[in-house]
Design a protein around this ligand. Structure first.
Ligand code: NAP
Ligand code: F7E
Length: 348
């Protein structure tokens, strides 16, 4: 019988790739979506089939991570084999503006899901979208034993969720795994995260729709990988014999400044003409440097990232140029063709 998966955050970057991946594996996929005044399903439109049709395998249910009753109903009625909990107020800078809301959704939302799973009495595997932000001020490289030293309300909320997943594993024997993922990006990355903000701005500058790009701290360093690769490992974690926690990252670190350099020079633009600093984008407390030590995942999950920093930059610049109606430079498209000949996700 085909397996059923439920994804919270299915309309987000990772949720959309994960939905495609699970459909390609033969799963029936269910997703929780929020009611919004405008469409928030653009990332999954291309895989949506009228649910009345016999070949429909993707089903969407209204719900919100603040609403425990609806979450319980959805989990009870669907009886999924696996729950991938990706929904969150996921923006670190915004979490300083809305700390209480971030706690309610990003932290307590996890408890609502775990309680619904426990009370359903069904055997349901659980994936928690943990984050490298939890390491915060702990010096790199960071692995599964590195202490958490959060530097934002977002990170504190994710640490709460991490420990709730561990507690439900130990206390109630629920197959719960934490994927501690370092930053991962793609052409579907939210427009206000720094990588996408930069690659979209490049396309707008070339199209003469934008004169300047305002950024904050250019010295922060991140370990940036490619989202479609990372979602495969969410699934892999739940196929293990025993539940466990894994760090996923490339093991390379680059500054925001290097991302700017690489992307502007790939597009043939002189960054000095366009980059301006706006202190509004600074954070009250910053995470200075993140680099994954993904040794455990390399050994146990056979993890090896295919897309590294320069390739990621090219993939994202090409995609944003195409989205803006420009001719892409093309190296990014070539990288995808070469590295993912059997790619399961659709054109962006
Ligand atoms: P994203 O693009 O921001 O997507 C977040 C998803 O959560 C969206 O589908 C959003 O729905 C949904 N959501 C937000 N508030 C909700 C609420 N109150 N009720 C129900 N759904 C809600 O995030 P992402 O980059 O795909 O990341 C996926 C998960 O991994 C997140 O939990 C994030 O914190 C975590 N994470 C991300 C990274 C990364 O580098 N991307 C690294 C480590 C961990 P709408 O579309 O309606 O807004
Ligand atoms: O910032 C600096 C900023 O917002 C990266 C989320 O997916 O990854 C993400 O969190 C760095 C920071 O991602 C701008 O100060 C400079 O140092 O792209 P970001 P993030 O904060 O690392 C982690 C792993 C998650 O779990 C989160 O959900 O870039 N930066 N100038 C800027 N950042 C933004 N957003 N905008 C700027 O203008």
């Amino acid at each position: 019988m085909e397996k059923k998966a439920l994804i919270t955050g299915i309309t987000g970057q990772d949720g959309s790739y994960l939905a495609e991946f699970l459909l390609s594996k033969g799963y029936e996929v269910h997703g929780i979506i929020r009611r919004a005044s405008t469409f928030n399903t653009t990332r999954i439109e291309h895989i949506y089939v009228d649910p009345h049709k016999s070949d429909a395998r993707l089903f969407l249910h209204y719900g919100d991570l603040s609403d425990s009753e609806q979450i319980s109903n959805v989990i009870y009625n669907i009886r999924p084999d696996e729950v991938y909990h990706l929904g969150a107020q996921s923006h670190v800078r915004v979490s300083f503006d809305v700390p209480e809301y971030t706690g309610n959704i990003t932290a307590l939302g996890t408890t609502r899901i775990l309680e619904a799973i426990r009370r359903s009495g069904n055997n349901i595997k659980f994936y928690q979208a943990s984050s490298s932000e939890m390491f915060g001020a702990s010096p790199p490289p960071q692995n599964e034993s590195t202490p958490f030293r959060p530097r934002s309300p977002y990170a504190a909320a994710k640490i709460y969720s991490y420990w709730m997943a561990v507690n439900y594993r130990e206390g109630y024997d629920i197959f719960a795994c934490n994927g501690i993922l370092f930053n991962h990006e793609s052409p579907r990355r939210g427009e206000t995260f720094v990588t996408r903000k930069i690659t979209r701005a490049i396309a707008s500058i070339i199209s003469k729709k934008q004169d300047n790009l305002y950024l904050g701290n250019l010295d922060a360093r991140r370990d940036w990988g490619y989202s479609p690769e990372y979602v495969m490992f969410m699934w892999k974690m739940l196929q293990n014999k025993m539940p466990d926690d894994f760090v996923i990252g490339t093991g390379e670190t680059h500054s925001v400044r290097e991302f700017v350099d690489e992307s502007f020079s790939y597009a043939g633009l002189d960054q000095d003409e366009f980059i301006k600093i706006d202190p509004r984008y600074y954070r009250p407390t910053e995470v200075e440097a993140l680099v994954a030590d993904p040794d455990k995942a390399i050994k146990k999950l056979k993890w090896k990232p295919k897309v590294k920093f320069e390739e990621l930059v090219k993939i994202m610049v090409d995609a944003d140029m195409r989205a803006a109606g420009l001719e892409p430079i093309g190296e990014g498209d070539e990288i995808i063709k070469k590295k993912f000949p059997d790619r399961w996700w659709c054109a962006d």
